[in-house]
Write a protein that binds this ligand. Structure first.
Ligand code: AQP
Length: 351
């Protein structure tokens, strides 16, 4: 049975990239699937161990989930550190994965920078904890932005290696499940997770530089639209967004080599839930000034109600904490059932 899992780190303000690349997909998927959405607070320690306001940031991301339309009664919403089985499975996956796999991750290389020897061991092992987040629920589908594609491939590699390394134990204990991977039918304990990536907004770029992704850690606030920005700020940031002097093309091919133009068209398409081609059909031949006005109006129409709802939900701290507590209890039961199997498969002494 399909099961959806995804997470967001409590590190700073959520932006339009997080919303279009991830959270909006979370909302759409909950209509037809069982979903688990997690505020991955342990992940946020990998880049910065000491946070002044980790608990507040965790509540803020939770409020953004709820304000965007995630239903915490039908689905599970919780913060990662409440369910210790994530860390337990991550340790086992640290012993399954190879250092070379982790060293090749572009996010590690970007975030560690030149002084790699001084990066935290947690930053290197980040994908192993991410694999544990997903596989401790044996989730089959993971909606994420395009930047997480490589980590999800690693999750598949870890699942596959675990299934292979322990194939006879899994069979002996009768814990194997038949699953379809591409054209092949394979048997294993962990599913080979499918990423849910794509659409016109899978990678939203900075408003100031079309070659960099929109990111919470960009020092320029003008580079991103935050979910908490008011209407006037959203309009100002879009007006100031970098563009080129040409009019918009009428065909998607005409966006090649014009990253800033492509980004704004992608943002419009993402917000309007349509394709870049459909946007160009409407705006092809127009100057950016007219297009930016339409984009600002659309962004305000879609985002302003979320900001209002986030503020309303955040004001009720007891409610937000209650959602996380209840979600954590439900998630913990599912995670423990998996860990009982995993401890048996590995041969750890239990009971
Ligand atoms: N620019 C983006 N376009 C589309 N999707 C994006 N995501 C992030 N940036 C974009 C997706 O948002 C989800 C949550 O991300 P995260 O909490 O793992 O944070 P992140 O990827 O580290 O976000 P930032 O803003 O890029 O933070 P910093 O600056 O710290 O690196 C994920 O599904 C992600 O793909």
């Amino acid at each position: 049975k399909p099961l959806v899992f995804s997470g967001v780190q409590p590190t700073g303000n959520l932006h339009l990239g997080n919303y279009l690349g991830a959270i909006r997909k979370f909302v759409a998927l909950q209509e037809t699937n069982d979903c688990i959405y997690c505020v991955v607070d342990l992940h946020s320690l990998t880049a910065q161990l000491v946070h002044e306001d980790l608990a507040e940031q965790t509540r803020a991301i939770t409020a953004a989930f709820l304000a965007s339309g995630i239903d915490p009664k039908k689905h599970i919403v919780f913060n990662q550190s409440r369910v210790m089985q994530h860390a337990e499975l991550a340790w086992i996956f640290n012993c399954v994965a190879r250092i070379g796999w982790m060293n090749r991750m572009t996010q590690f290389k970007d975030k560690a920078g030149k002084d790699r020897e001084n990066a935290s061991l947690g930053l290197l092992a980040y994908p192993s904890l991410m694999a544990a987040d997903i596989l401790v629920y044996r989730a089959t589908h993971v909606p994420v932005g395009d930047d997480q594609k490589q980590h999800l491939e690693l999750t598949r590699d870890i699942a596959q290696k675990f299934n292979n390394d322990f194939s006879s134990r899994i069979a002996e204990l009768g814990l194997g499940v038949e699953m379809q991977v591409g054209d092949e039918t394979v048997n294993g304990y962990f599913p080979i997770t499918e990423p849910v990536i794509g659409g016109p907004a899978a990678r939203i770029m900075s408003l100031r530089d079309g070659s960099k992704k929109m990111s919470k850690s960009d020092p320029s606030d003008l580079s991103r639209i935050n979910l908490t920005d008011d209407a006037e700020t959203i309009a100002r940031k879009i007006k100031k967004a970098k563009t080129d002097p040409e009019a918009l093309p009428s065909e998607v091919d005409g966006l090649a080599g014009r990253p800033e133009a492509e980004n704004l068209v992608g943002i419009y398409a993402g917000l309007a839930e349509t394709s870049k081609q459909a946007v160009l059909k409407e705006f092809g031949g127009q100057q950016f000034s007219a297009f930016k006005t339409a984009l600002a109006d659309l962004a305000v129409e879609k985002l302003a109600p979320i900001a209002v709802e986030m503020r309303r939900i955040s004001a009720d701290r007891a409610y937000v904490d209650g959602v996380l507590r209840d979600g954590g209890e439900r998630a913990g039961k599912l995670a423990e059932a998996t860990m009982k199997d995993v401890r048996d498969i590995i041969g750890l002494l239990q009971g």
